[in-house]
Design a protein around this ligand. Structure first.
Ligand SMILES: Cc1cc2nc3c(=O)[nH]c(=O)nc-3n(C[C@H](O)[C@H](O)[C@H](O)COP(=O)(O)OP(=O)(O)OC[C@H]3O[C@@H](n4cnc5c(N)ncnc54)[C@H](O)[C@@H]3O)c2cc1C
Length: 461
C-alpha cells in the first residue's frame, strides 16, 4: 500500500488534516485504532480562527449544524458577583466568523468523517492500530496488524498517549499544572434558563468549578477534586458534587469522568518526514477551551506546507512547522494555566476585576521576517463575492495595497494600520507572510510566496 500522507489517529485533528490534504488532491491514508468514533463530548468550545480552518475544509455548513454561537465567559466569586467579564460580541468578528462557538464533539467528528467521502484519494480505516513506524530512506513505513504502508509523510494525530511521539523520541516539557477535576456531562430534562448561556468560572475557595453551556440540552460542570481523588466516582458522589447547581430531577447524568489536567508541550514535533500534531504534541487545562483549537491550528499550518512540498517546494519549508506552532501554542497554554490559577485563588479580594479580551498570539520564528506583522493572524475580509480565503482557493493572497489586493474592510484596515503597513501577503493558513509598505517589499514577498506554492498562488500580478 502506498500514499502521500499517512495520518495516525482519527480524532478532530487527524480528521481535519485529512480533509485539508484530501481537498488539495493528495492521497491520504487515515488509520484509527478504535472501531468507532468516541461517542461523548470532550471539547465543547472552539473559536473563530478554528471555524476559519473548517471553512478551508469546505465543511463550514455541515459543521455549523452542530454548534451554537458562544456568549463568552464570566468569573464569579462565591457570592455570585461577576469579577471578570470575558463576553464575546454577538456579531461575527475579524475571522469572518463568530469569535466563539459551543459545539457537540461527536457531531463535529461525524461531519469531518462524512466529509472524507468527497475524496476518492482519501482512505480511512478504523480498527487499525499502528504498531510500528520507521524511516525508509526519505519516506516512512508504517505497520498496522498484518498490513503495512509506504508513505511520503506520516503525521501522528494520535492523542495524549501518542505512539508516534514516542517513536520519534520526543518528550514533554512540563509547564507545571497538574490538577484532578471531575468533568460531568448532563442533559437537561427540565427548563433551567437561569443557568445562562455564558460559561461561568466559580472562583470559590471551597470548591473551584466551571459551568459550560453545551448545544441543545447538553450542560457541563467541571469541579476541582483533591489530588488523591480516585479515578472513578460513582453517580451518587457525582450528584453530590453538582448539588449546588442541579438535581437528578432536572437532568440525566450522561458521563462523569475524572481527569488530571496537565500543561505540557513536546520538545520537538518532527523527525524527518514524521510529524506530530494536536494532543500528541501539546496539552493544556481546558479553562480557555483551547486544547483542540491548538491542534486544529497545527493541522492548518502543516497541511499547506506538506502539500507545497508534495507539489515541488523546497522541503526546508517543513522546518517552520514546529518552530511556528510551538510558540503560538505555548501562549495559549500559559494563559490557560493563568486562568486555572485565577479560579483557584482562595483569598477573598485576591482576584482582579474587569474585562478580559481574547488573545491571538503570533507564530514563532519561521517563514518571513518577524517584524511586527510577519507571523501575525490576519483578519478575513468578507466581501460581496464571499470570504477572502475562499476566493484565494487555498493559496497566498494580497490584502490591501492597491487594486490587485483584496480590498480591506474597516477591521482589516485598522489591523494593517496598527501594524504600520499598507498591505500584507496572507498565507493559506490566514497568517501574514509579511507586510507591504512599498513596491520593492511587495515584489520580494510575492516572489517568496510564488516560490513556495507556485501552483496555488492567486494574484493578478
Ligand atoms: C474535559 C475536557 C474538556 C475539553 N474542552 C475543550 C474545549 O472546550 N475546547 C478545546 O479546544 N479543547 C478542549 N479539550 C481538549 C480536546 O478534547 C483535545 O485537545 C482534542 O480532543 C485532541 O484531539 P486530537 O485529535 O489531537 O486527539 P484525540 O481526540 O485524542 O484523538 C487521537 C486518536 O488517535 C487514536 N490513536 C491513538 N493511538 C493510535 C495508534 N497507535 N494507531 C491508530 N490510532 C491511534 C485514538 O484512538 C484517537 O481516536 C478538552 C479536553 C478535556 C479532557
Amino acid at each position: 500500500m502506498e500514499c502521500d500522507v499517512a495520518i495516525i489517529g482519527a480524532g478532530p485533528v487527524g480528521l481535519t488534516l485529512a480533509n485539508l490534504l484530501g481537498r488539495r488532491g493528495h492521497s491520504v491514508l487515515v488509520l484509527e485504532k478504535q472501531p468507532a468514533p468516541y461517542p461523548a463530548p470532550r471539547a465543547i468550545h472552539f473559536d473563530g480562527e478554528v471555524m476559519r480552518v473548517f471553512q478551508a475544509t469546505g465543511l463550514a455548513g455541515e459543521i455549523l449544524e452542530h454548534t451554537r454561537v458562544g456568549r463568552g465567559m464570566l468569573f464569579k466569586d462565591a457570592e455570585g458577583n461577576t469579577l471578570v467579564d470575558w463576553s464575546r460580541d454577538p456579531a461575527p468578528g475579524a475571522m469572518g466568523w463568530h469569535e466563539s462557538y459551543r459545539f457537540f464533539q461527536p457531531g463535529l467528528e461525524s461531519a469531518l468523517n462524512a466529509g472524507l467521502s468527497r475524496f476518492s484519494n482519501v482512505n480511512i480505516q478504523r480498527g487499525k492500530e499502528v504498531t510500528d513506524l520507521r524511516r525508509a530512506g526519505d519516506d516512512v513505513t508504517l505497520t498496522f496488524g498484518e498490513q503495512s504502508c509506504h508513505a511520503r509523510f506520516a503525521v501522528g494525530c494520535d492523542g495524549a498517549q501518542s505512539f508516534v511521539r514516542n517513536a520519534i523520541g520526543a518528550t514533554f516539557d512540563d509547564l507545571g499544572f497538574h490538577e484532578r477535576w471531575l468533568v460531568a456531562d448532563l442533559r437537561l430534562t427540565a427548563d433551567r434558563p437561569d443557568l445562562g448561556d455564558h460559561t461561568v468560572q466559580y472562583c470559590d475557595p471551597q470548591i473551584p468549578a466551571t459551568y459550560g453551556r453545551g448545544v441543545g440540552d447538553w450542560r457541563r460542570w467541571e469541579v476541582r477534586l483533591s489530588p488523591d481523588a480516585p479515578d472513578e466516582l460513582d453517580d451518587a458522589i457525582i450528584w453530590d458534587h453538582l448539588a449546588r447547581w442541579i438535581s437528578p430531577q432536572e437532568a440525566v447524568l450522561e458521563r462523569g469522568a475524572v481527569y488530571t489536567f496537565r500543561s505540557r508541550i513536546a520538545d520537538y514535533w518532527r523527525s524527518g518526514r514524521i510529524f506530530i500534531a494536536g494532543d500528541a504534541a501539546h496539552q493544556m487545562p481546558p479553562f480557555m477551551g483551547q486544547g483542540m483549537c491548538a491542534g486544529i491550528r497545527d493541522a492548518a499550518n502543516l497541511a499547506w506546507k506538506i502539500s507545497a512540498v508534495l507539489s515541488g517546494a523546497d522541503e526546508e519549508l517543513l522546518a517552520s512547522y514546529g518552530s511556528e506552532r510551538r510558540e503560538n501554542v505555548r501562549a495559549f497554554i500559559e494563559k490557560s494555566v493563568a486562568l486555572g490559577r485565577l479560579i483557584n485563588k482562595t483569598k477573598p479580594g485576591a482576584i482582579p476585576t474587569g474585562r478580559m479580551r481574547s488573545i491571538w498570539p503570533d507564530l514563532g520564528p519561521g517563514l518571513g521576517a518577524r517584524d511586527g506583522i510577519g507571523g501575525a493572524l490576519a483578519p478575513q475580509v468578507s466581501g460581496a463575492d464571499g470570504l477572502a480565503d475562499d476566493l484565494a482557493h487555498g493559496g497566498f493572497y494580497v490584502l490591501g495595497d492597491g487594486p490587485n489586493g483584496v480590498a480591506p474592510d474597516p477591521t482589516a484596515n485598522q489591523w494593517l494600520k496598527s501594524r504600520g503597513v499598507n498591505g500584507a501577503v496572507i498565507r493559506p493558513d490566514g497568517y501574514a507572510l509579511g507586510g507591504i509598505s512599498n513596491s520593492a517589499e511587495r515584489r520580494i514577498l510575492l516572489k517568496q510566496a510564488g516560490n513556495i506554492l507556485p501552483t496555488l498562488f492567486h494574484s493578478n500580478e
